[in-house]
Design a protein around this ligand. Sequence first.
Ligand code: MSP
Length: 514
Amino acid sequence: MAGDEKFYVTTPIYYVNDAPHLGHAYTNMACDALVRFRRLDGNDVLFTTGTDEHGQKVENSAKAAGLDPQAFCDSVSQTFRNMNALLGIDRHDFVRTTEQRHIRCATEMWNRIAEHGDIYLGKYGYYYSIRDEAPFDESELVNGKAPTGADVEWVEEENYFFRLSAWGDRLLAFYDANPDFIGPVARRNEVVSFVKGGLHDLSISRTSFSWGIPVPNDPKHIMYVWIEALGVYLTGAGYPDITGEKYRHYWPCNLHMVGKDIVRFHCVYWPAFLMAAGIPVPKRVFGHGWWTVEGQKMSKSLGNSITPQALVDKYGRDAVRYFVLREMPFGSDGDFSHRAMVNRINGDLANDLGNLAQRVLSMIQRYCAGRVPVAGALEPADNALLGTAGGLLEKLRTEYAVPAYHRVLDHLWELVGDANRYVDEQAPWALNKTDPARGDTVLYVLLETIRHLAILLQPVMPTSAAKMLDQLAVPPDRRDFAALSAHPLVAGTVLPKPEGVFPRYVEESADAGR
Ligand code: MSP
């Protein structure tokens, strides 16, 4: 993977009728770790996220807030930008669907699909759930409600339709030819069987409200929110300027990261729209799982949504990033609980990694006058540990390609475990008395191992990893992956006095016993 490959990754764009919560934060932190990994590995990365601002729900929410829709969108969209700053989301383009560049993009996409003959005007009656922004067939209703439990209403209107029914075979052929298009495999199977079940044409315009992008040449219709919202990924790549450097370099997109509930939109509708418009289809869509909180579904009515701000205030940014990527296998569902979070902070971070670094750096102060020691001849145990450290990057490349963050962190913590056992076995405090040269070698091997860990941990815990690298006096321009083998620590380098990087979480009295 190393080198100057290009990589374009996107998060979904978030509806502005809800405040940012753990679910949104999760996708952004996951994408950010991948983006940082790729950048440190020498790739040229485009990273987009943003807000989805049109549609009836937004129009309704704005009215309820007593604001005009644009003012309402401006203020909620800003809360998502703030979330990114809070979570340390790396350089990205924040795209809003109310921006001119997006309106141009969606209009052009519509025209291209229409030119291809895949849009027609028809009459449509359907059940519509405002809460889900989704139409339903009678057969999909459960006790007269949407499958999500939301109320539905019967709507009949003249709509433009996308001829989705004509795309089933081409989609199936596309999935066959591109087995990695949908991950994880379970989601791929769901999509394939959905398409095999037969596709209906899709209503893609509305006349019942006005907060949206007008249909070209028929402005009493506005585009149905999904057909324009998906286009945001093209907007991010500079479309419709298809001769431009940006588009030619970054499109097709490498990865759309999405939650499991919107896999169908991204894996069925989106490739069909693109093929109809004659635009290359992205390489991969990955559908991640959902978080529950203390065993319960997050919901407005239960009032148990966790805000990113509350999480960061309580546990710290890096611990939150670590937890969400370690705790649940990427692709599966998982539960967020205070207890599990504290176990990770105090176990993995403070005890395992934090103690390793603190012990080794304190011994450097005590036995080596605070300088990187000289390594003598290496013994098999030294080579084993350094060999594991040196082999990690390749393993991590494989895991990030999935992406399987939990396995990335498992690999890193295997090395943490090996290093802690090595300290105990080699006992450098005893060697310092009996064979100080050997003691120096052991401490050098440990410092190098910690340097590898810190460099490779940067994508997940950028702030803590930077502190660790400061303590190893690694200069800022020697922290990318090329430096792993190119710039080992230099004997004699003065190291600053160590400070703990991973504090233990001490229960506030209100938490005790939970
Ligand atoms: N606007 C659309 C996406 C359009 S993309 C062209 C949308 N927005 S959303 O704000 O409702 O949801 C955004 C994302 O948040 C989805 O990927 C969804 O899966 C994710 N999550 C919402 N709740 C979640 C959890 N409880 N856990 C994890 N992710 C969750 O859909």
